[in-house]
Design a protein. Structure first.
Lengths: 115, 112
């Protein structure tokens, strides 16, 4: 089966600019996650979707971050405006379900550098 | 904020050595623990999902144990190979929560 697809792989922008990341989960996976992984730390969940609904976004900085999964398949994560501390790897993952214990399947991530 | 600790932070071993590392998590209201392997320039790969106290899981030379009463899981690698070099992450889920909390990972380097 095709894995989780993410783009772009790398992005360099200046602070106060905007950026968007795209994720296409594994076909049939209802649950989609966006994580932020800052160097030296573990991945931190930003938002979790079940189909096209938000299950949890308690750790998403909503003043500058937004995410959508309009048709319950692919998803976009946007940062507007970016700050220096947003430099991180942004990982997308999907699983069959969220409430059960299916393992998550991760994409290769987008490495974001803010200048 | 949940405290999920992994130790050691990094580990260098020789090819053929066996090694193990630890993931510690809150011992109350346990739901599940996941182990992932993350090789450089690749995506994290699921290794194990552990849900029951006393669980032991095995995949080739890698195995894991779970003690929910004392709040820890061990990951063992028998006869380490250079291709085992990666960061090993654990993720803890609390009962009633959808949010997985990841540890910082253990970076393993196996020298040929």
């Amino acid at each position: 089966e095709a894995g989780v697809a993410q783009s772009p792989r790398y992005k360099i922008i200046e602070k106060r600019q905007s950026v968007a990341f795209w994720c296409n989960p594994i076909s049939g996976h209802a649950t989609l996650y966006w994580y932020q992984q800052i160097l030296g730390q573990g991945p931190k969940l930003l938002i979790q979707f079940q189909n096209n609904g938000v299950v949890d976004d308690s750790q998403l900085p909503k003043d500058r971050f937004s995410a959508e999964r309009l048709k319950g398949v692919d998803s976009t994560l946007k940062i507007q405006p970016a700050k220096l501390e947003d430099s991180a790897v942004y990982l997308c993952a999907s699983s069959l379900g969220g409430g059960d214990n299916q393992p998550q399947h991760f994409g290769d991530g987008t490495r974001l550098s803010i200048l | 904020i949940l405290n999920v600790e992994q130790s050691p932070q990094s580990l260098h071993v020789q090819e053929g050595d066996s090694t193990n590392f630890t993931c510690s998590f809150p011992s109350s209201n346990f739901y599940a623990l996941h182990w992932y392997r993350w090789e450089t320039a690749k995506s994290p790969e699921a290794l194990f999902v552990m849900t029951l106290n006393g669980d032991e899981k095995k995949k080739g030379r890698i195995s894991a144990t779970l003690n929910t009463k004392e709040g820890y899981s061990y990951l063992y690698i028998k006869g380490s190979q250079p291709e085992d070099s990666a960061t090993y992450l654990c993720a803890f889920r609390l009962g009633g929560s959808y949010i997985p909390t990841f540890g910082r990972g253990t970076s393993l380097i196996v020298h040929p």
